[in-house]
Each structure stands twice: as structure tokens, then as C-alpha cells.
Design a protein around this ligand. Structure first.
Ligand code: SOE
Length: 393
């Protein structure tokens, strides 16, 4: 059935309008144009502290109105869902208040800056669920078609029991020691560095693909550059440097070993100092019957090795994940034409809206976000104490 413009409205208010805000705005604009959604997203209002910039963001990104105080969003009748695209230090306060005000919530990753905040958010989500209000954390990479296909293949038993998980998230946007201090390098705003910013993604992705949970970790965190020029202005992943300097208070690189609940073992690496690697999310899973490999820098491809094929013809094959039978692909272009970074956010909106219409819990839930937060905290305390740390349930 084509719901078209007759579907009931879902009015959205978004807080924050920088890099993630732009990606989410694109998704809210695009999802109903390519997918037949059971609810019709209405981009009511965007919120930012500076009135002129918020108004400019509204005009640029397609929002009908702008506000300077997120609390106003919670009072507005034309906001059914609050989309949180701010740094981590405000996630808990906004999300808990929004859920208590009866608004659905989509919150950017990582869910919070601390386990305690994530626990409060997860408890608020549980309470809200009882009255039909839903919450979701934005680990958008789950919705890259090749990643969703990997999950399906594992679930269908195509690689058998998972034994090894190898995951890297490699960027290089702060490799230059004179790159200015972004909020992503300040502990009070971001919670942690490479660990929470991008390590959180590979924790979520590997747990999503394997359907397993990390049960213990042994980690090491390292800061290579302790001090940087303050940013006069920072947008996306770059900024203009001031002559004043400030302290970097987070890790620049995070590495850890992990065990999974079912006995698989994992090796993880997250850094924003891997010169030449721009957004290299590389995941390889080895199972008893085969293997899967994914690299975001070649994101339309999933590599699959079937260990049960005769040795003569066996080998990793590149599946171009653009066929109409592949996840999400039918809504887009003819086979082989490919998708990009922004499509994962669009698919996130599609899945969220569908869950809301069906009265189901969207995934990943705040409870999933809390579990990732526990893994992040365990890696930090393992690095501090130089011991293995268990992750509590
Ligand atoms: C910066 O490292 C960043 O913008 C992350 O914060 C995002 O989650 C990731 O999608 C791209 O890189």
C-alpha cells in the first residue's frame, strides 16, 4: 500500500544542527521521498543556542521553525519526537525530560557520557514504553545494507558458530597536532575520545552482526597530543585555530581485546590518528563455516567466504550489496549504482518510523546503548587498572 501524503503526521523537533544535525535532517527529508512510510515525518523545528544560526540552519536544512531552548520543544504540540544531535554532555538531560513529556526520542551515539547517565536514560525509556512512548539510540551504521546483510547471513547460520571478531574504526582527522580542539577532544563534553566517538560504533556493530554480547575486555588508551590550539570555529571535523591553546582530555587511540558471551574472542582498535584512513570501519568475522568482511571505505560490498565450498573454487567473494533483494536497496537505484554515508541515517528514520507505527520497540534501544556504555567504561577502567574487566549484564 502506498501511504503517500495520507499517512498520519509524525512531527519532529531536532536539537543541534552541526554535522550530525545535517545528516539527520537529510534523513528526515529523504526517507518519505524514497520509502513508503506508515507515518509522514514533518520537520517542525530545529533548536540551537544561537538564534541567528538556528534560524539559518532551519532554512538550510529544511525545518519550518527554530528555537533556542530545547525545553520549548517539549512544550510544543507540533513535536511528537525529539531528535538529539548534541554533544554527549546534554543527552541525558534532554532525553529524560523529553520522554517524561511524552515525546519519542532518537538520541545520537554514544548514548551518554557515563554509565550512570545511560542507566537513567534507559530507566526513563522503560517507564515511557509503558505509555507507548519509544526511544532509540542512533547507531546508524547498522543500517548500511552490507552490514544488515552480514547480520542476516550470521542469523541464517551461513558462517556457523562465531569464533573471531576483528574490528577497527580508523580515521585521521586529528593526526595533525595543530588541528584545533574540537568538543570531541574534551572529556566533559564527549565523555571519552576515540573510544566513545568511534569505538562505540564497532562495539555496537560487532554485537549487532554476531548477535552476541561482549562479556569482558582488556584495554589500553593512549593520548598522543596533550594540547592543541583552541578552535575559533569548528564545524564537522575541521575548524580554524586560535593562538590560545587548550588541553586534550580524552584518549586519542583505544585498543582492546574482548571475549563474547558465547566464547568468541575479539580484537578492537579505534583511532583518529590512522593517517590516510578517513572512515575505515573494518570488520571481519570468522565462523566455523565461513567468514564475513566489511570495510566502510568500500561500503557497498560485503565479502563472504563459504568454508564448505570445494577448495578448488573456494575463496572470498565480493557481494555487491545493491540488488533489489538486499536490505533497503529496492527503494534506491538500479543494481550497482551504490549508496553512501547518508543512506544509513535515512534507513534509520525508515526503521524508527515503522516501529513507531507498529507500536514496537525500535532497535537499538536505550538498553542496548547502556550496554555499549558499560563496555566503554570497562575498557577505560581496564586501561587504568591494567586488568581484565567483566561487563555486568
Ligand atoms: C567523528 O569521528 C565522527 O563524526 C563520529 O562522531 C560519527 O559517529 C561517525 O559517523 C563519523 O565520524
Amino acid at each position: 500500500m502506498n501511504h503517500g501524503t495520507t499517512a498520519p503526521a509524525l512531527s519532529v523537533g531536532m536539537v543541534g544542527h552541526a554535522f550530525m544535525g545535517a545528516a539527520h535532517s537529510h534523513a528526515w527529508r529523504t526517507a518519505p521521498r524514497f520509502f513508503d512510510l506508515p507515518l509522514r515525518p514533518v520537520m517542525s523545528v530545529v533548536c540551537g543556542r544561537d538564534g541567528a544560526r538556528a534560524a539559518d540552519a532551519a532554512a538550510r536544512l529544511g525545518w519550518a521553525d527554530s528555537e533556542t531552548d530545547w525545553r520549548r520543544l517539549l512544550e510544543r504540540d507540533d513535536v511528537d519526537l525529539v531528535d538529539i544531535c548534541t554533544p554527549g554532555d546534554s543527552h541525558a538531560e534532554i532525553a529524560v525530560a523529553a520522554l517524561e513529556a511524552g515525546k519519542h526520542v532518537l538520541c545520537e551515539k554514544p548514548l551518554a557520557n557515563t554509565v550512570e547517565e545511560a542507566e537513567r536514560m534507559s530507566a526513563a525509556a522503560d517507564k515511557a514504553r509503558a505509555v507507548g512512548v519509544r526511544a532509540m539510540v542512533g547507531f546508524a551504521y547498522r543500517r548500511v545494507p552490507a552490514v544488515t546483510l552480514a547480520r542476516r547471513l550470521v542469523e541464517a547460520g551461513r558462517i556457523g558458530e562465531v569464533r573471531h571478531v576483528r574490528a577497527q574504526y580508523l580515521q585521521d582527522w586529528i593526526a595533525d597536532p595543530e588541528a584545533p580542539l574540537s568538543w570531541r577532544l574534551e572529556k566533559d563534553k564527549a565523555g571519552s575520545g576515540a573510544l566513545g566517538d568511534i569505538g562505540a560504533h564497532i562495539i555496537d556493530l560487532t554485537q549487532f552482526i554476531t548477535g552476541e554480547r561482549i562479556s569482558s575486555v582488556s584495554g589500553h588508551l593512549r593520548t598522543f597530543v596533550d594540547e592543541r590550539p583552541l578552535a575559533l570555529e569548528h564545524s564537522g571535523l575541521s575548524g580554524t585555530a586560535s593562538t590560545e591553546r587548550g588541553a586534550v582530555t580524552v584518549d586519542d587511540a583505544a585498543v582492546f581485546l574482548a571475549t563474547f558471551t558465547t566464547g568468541a574472542v575479539g580484537v578492537f582498535e579505534a583511532t583518529r590518528f590512522a593517517t590516510g584512513r578517513k572512515n575505515g570501519i573494518r570488520i571481519e568475522i570468522n565462523g566455523a563455516r565461513g567468514s564475513l568482511a566489511f570495510d566502510f571505505e568500500d561500503m557497498n560490498v560485503l565479502e563472504f567466504y563459504d568454508a564448505e565450498e570445494p577448495a578448488e573454487t573456494a575463496g572470498f567473494r565480493r557481494i555487491l550489496v545493491t540488488e533489489a533483494d538486499h536490505p533497503y536497496a529496492a527503494a534506491w537505484w538500479p543494481p550497482g549504482h551504490g549508496l553512501g554515508y547518508e543512506h544509513a541515517f535515512t534507513h534509520q528514520v525508515v526503521d524508527l518510523v515503522t516501529s513507531l507505527a507498529q507500536g514496537e520497540d525500535p532497535h537499538p534501544s536505550f538498553a542496548d546503548g547502556l550496554q555499549v556504555q558499560r563496555v566503554l567504561a570497562a575498557v577505560e577502567s581496564s586501561s587504568d587498572s591494567r586488568t581484565w574487566q567483566e561487563i555486568s549484564a
